[in-house]
Structures are given as C-alpha cells and as structure tokens.
Design a protein around this ligand. Structure first.
Ligand code: ADP
Ligand code: AMP
Length: 216
C-alpha cells in the first residue's frame, strides 16, 4: 500500500478526522501543518508567534516559513517509511518544494486523496467543530458528538473550539483555499497520483472510500 500520502481538501473536508484512522491502518505518522503551527503557538516560539499573525486572519503563513517547518518534521526518523500529510501542501510552491525534498531522498508522493465536500456543508462542519486540547481528536456537535459534552472520548482531555472557526474567518479561509490550494488538484492530476473521493457522506463511508482508493 502507498505510504507517502497527501490528504487534500478544503478546511472542514474531514482531513484530520480521516487521518486519525489512516495513520493507524498504515502505521505512518499524521503530519498536519496546522497542528504544527498551533503547537508552536502554544509554546510561544518565534515560529508560533509569526504564524499567529496569519492564522488569526485566515491567511496562509508564508511559503518559506511553512516549507522549512514541514521539511524539518519530515526529516525526523518516524517519517522515513511514509507519512500522511494533512493541510500541506497548500500552494503550488509548497507542492514543488515537497516534490524536490522527497526526490532528494529518492522518494515521491504515492497518492493524493482529494476529499470533495460542497461549500455549504464545510461551513456547517467548521461551526460545530470541537477539538481535544491534549490529543487533537476531532468532534462535531451534531455529526460526531463526544459521549460526554466537552470531554474527549479517547483521552478525557478538554474540548475547545478553534478561534479561526468563526464565520468571518471561515469565509476568508475558504476563499484562500479556492484561490491558492485548488490549483493543486490539477497539479497532482497531471502527475497521475490524484484520486477524488466523495467527502459528503458519513465518516465511515468516507473512510471506506479512502481505503478503497489506496488499493489502486
Ligand atoms: P479538516 O481537517 O479537513 O479541516 P476535520 O476533520 O477537522 O476537517 O472535520 C471538520 C468537522 O467536520 C469536524 O467537526 C468533524 O467532526 C466533522 N466531520 C468530519 N468528517 C465528517 C463527515 N464525513 N460527515 C460529517 N461531519 C464530518
Ligand atoms: P488548518 O489547521 O489546516 O486548518 O490550518 C490552520 C491555519 O494554519 C491556516 O488557516 C493557515 O493560517 C495555517 N496553515 C496551515 N497549513 C498551512 C500551509 N500549508 N501553508 C500556509 N499556512 C498554513
């Protein structure tokens, strides 16, 4: 089965939710650029404080900063057999930098799974999203509620809503996605590695479709 995998899709498409499952099945780590930025911010590192300026506005952190951060993460020993990338790449420049970085090691992206979801559904998903502060598990008030309100089923951690999941910032993030990230669909289609999966079905159905796509 393919091991260097990108989950591509708009904010709220279900990338994080599905990555949690895929990481167990494939035995490779889940690397989410947004999580890396949020963790840096929590620790108040210079990288985190720089990223915050953009994240608060729903804008992309500059390519140079983002590429350096992800390259550093990919160089760690746990990524040597593969990785599930979530939220990266988000621009053509990032995609090209990733290809170049993998090529240096004689590796390449095996599969890009594009999770497609209609815009109205994305807005509904992001407005009801809750995340665990400790293990980053993802919930939704309606479609995927925790057993106990405000507590993570997996680890008992506290659940919170992201400060950029507000209607205005979500609108901006979606605009940014359409402008800067959608071109990647063509980029990876041309390279013959992209498979589109219908993300507008239950979490279990999306999961089954992704696993099927990985068998190709
Ligand atoms: P992304 O990582 O792509 O931004 P998430 O995985 O965080 O998206 O999912 C966004 C929200 O939608 C979360 O609240 C999650 O529980 C919910 N969600 C994810 N997949 C589905 C699905 N197939 N159907 C309904 N809700 C979903
Ligand atoms: P996410 O958790 O993927 O929704 O990302 C949250 C925010 O982090 C985004 O709105 C961006 O500000 C920033 N971010 C995450 N990944 C990237 C990326 N690949 N390129 C630029 N900015 C990113």
């Amino acid at each position: 089965m393919s091991k260097y995998i990108i989950l591509l899709g708009a904010p709220g498409a279900g990338k994080g939710t599905q990555a949690t499952m895929l990481t167990e099945v494939l035995g490779v780590p889940h690397v989410a650029s947004g999580d890396l930025f949020r963790s840096a911010l929590q620790k108040k590192t210079p990288l985190g404080l720089e990223a915050k300026k953009y994240m608060d506005q729903g804008l992309l952190v500059p390519d140079e900063v983002t590429i350096a951060m992800v390259r550093e993460r990919l160089a760690l020993p746990d990524c040597q057999e593969g990785v599930i990338l979530d939220g990266f790449p988000r621009t053509l420049e990032q995609a090209k930098a990733l290809d170049a970085a993998l090529a240096e090691e004689g590796r390449a992206i095996d599969k890009v799974l594009y999770i497609k979801v209609p815009t109205e559904e994305l807005v509904a998903r992001l407005s009801g999203r809750w995340i665990c502060r400790d293990c980053q598990a993802v919930y939704h008030t309606i479609t995927n509620p925790p057993k106990q309100a405000g507590r993570c089923d997996a680890c008992g951690g506290e659940l919170y809503q992201r400060s950029d999941d507000t209607p205005e910032t979500v609108r901006r993030r979606l605009e940014v996605y359409f402008e800067q990230t959608m071109p990647l669909i063509e980029y990876y289609t041309e390279r013959g590695v992209l498979t589109e999966v219908n993300g507008n079905q239950s979490i279990a159905e999306v999961q089954a479709a992704l696993l099927e796509a990985l068998k190709d």
